[in-house]
Design a protein around this ligand. Structure first.
Ligand code: ADP
Ligand code: MG
Length: 356
């Protein structure tokens, strides 16, 4: 398998990063649910996909092309493998960035067997010429292979066996509409709720042969940012702690102590997240403050603050991006146990509305 290597952007090696590096991908493979029944949560996507696959199987046909969109670590790669397994089909795995030229794609497409699943990860990062080749392949199961260069180049049409394209993207909005339209089914993956993450954790603990009680799983789930990949990662770190510092059993107390060691707080914020919030509240009175100023204050690159820390802080309602700059919300003051200044500032705006 030519697995896609995780992106190496800012913060890619973070304990709470949602991306997986090469080593982690091997560990994850062991924890992947193998069929739809084992796949936790995502009820809507699961139910819809189940219908699509069942119907195709009944017709003895190849399943429609499937697009999976959602944040990293929510189970897109896992689902693509489940689709192949449910269809009893082999799967070929590649990614947008791995396809530099249309010729790379042509080579892959022309070697597919009937009914095979082609998983194209990070499909929004494919090159334009490859994308155009893909349109035709998806719709007509045909590609034009260009032989030669310049005025002497000729297009040789090549028939393809019917196949199922499963595209995955973290940025559905970046896909050109003609590409999006060629998928028969789009599944939007949501962040997971605590009960689902607890089920993921219990399931993984069983597979890893780790003992964990209900409260231990609740503790880890609450800090996993709605993301199974992070839940599994925290579970492995807590397991280490339980093994070295205790009797190996994960309880609430052990989980909480372990995650404190790893700098993951009760809400799933790490040191960088808290540094950003603390600077915003303590140095700038809750804002608004510009991104660059905030980045300098925490000694990080702009990109790191914007792409690594902020998305989760925004999602949690702790930080707001406004036209005038970054603002800490009342929830941020509460989370850090600080008192917002009286009068102006983010905390005072709302209450002012009710003052007269
Ligand atoms: N619904 C789920 N149930 C159980 N485990 C899951 C689920 N979704 C993801 N995981 C686990 O989380 C990890 C990351 O999933 P993956 O499919 O690689 O995410 P993505 O491709 O969206 O980044 C895998 O180890 C997988 O086992
Ligand atoms: Mg993936």
């Amino acid at each position: 398998m030519t697995g896609p290597t995780g992106p190496v952007g800012p913060g890619a090696d973070r304990l709470l990063g949602a991306e997986a590096d090469g080593e982690e991908q091997a560990i994850e493979a062991a924890l992947r649910p193998k069929d739809l029944g084992e796949f936790v949560g995502q009820e809507r996507v699961r139910e819809q996909l189940d219908l699509v696959l069942r119907a195709a199987r009944q017709r003895g046909a190849t399943a429609d092309h499937v697009l999976l969109s959602g944040a990293p670590g929510l189970g897109k790669t896992t689902l693509s493998m489940i689709i192949a397994a449910e269809m009893g089909a082999p799967i070929r795995i590649t990614s947008g960035p791995a396809i530099q030229h249309a010729g790379d794609l042509a080579a892959i497409l022309s070697s597919l067997t009937e009914g095979e699943v082609l998983f194209l990860d990070e499909i929004h990062r494919m090159s334009r010429p490859a994308e155009e080749m893909l349109y035709m392949a998806m719709e007509d199961f045909r590609v034009d292979v260009i032989v030669g260069k310049g005025p002497g180049a000729t297009a040789i049409p090549l028939e393809l066996p019917p196949f199922t394209l499963v595209g995955a993207t973290t940025r559905a909005g970046l896909l050109p509409p003609p590409l999006r339209d060629r998928f028969g089914f789009t599944g939007h993956m949501e962040f997971y709720g605590a009960p689902e993450l607890e089920r993921v954790i219990h399931r993984s603990a069983r597979l890893l042969d780790v003992e964990i009680d209900a409260e231990g799983a609740i503790e880890i789930a609450g800090r996993s940012r709605g993301t199974p990949r992070i839940a599994n990662r925290l579970l492995r770190r807590v397991r280490d702690y339980a093994q070295v510092k205790a009797d190996g059993v994960i309880t609430q107390e052990i989980a909480s102590r372990a995650l404190a060691v790893y700098d993951v707080d009760g809400r799933g914020l790490d040191r960088l997240d808290r540094a950003v919030l603390t600077a915003l509240l303590k140095l700038f009175g809750g804002g608004p403050v510009g991104l660059s100023t905030l980045a300098v204050a925490v000694g990080e690159e702009r990109e790191t603050v914007e792409e690594v820390a902020e998305p989760f802080l925004v999602r949690e309602g702790l930080l707001a991006r406004t036209p005038r700059g970054r603002v800490g919300t009342p929830a941020a003051w509460a989370h850090l146990g600080l008192t917002p200044p009286q009068g102006t500032g983010s905390g005072g705006v709302q209450s002012g509305l009710f003052d007269g």
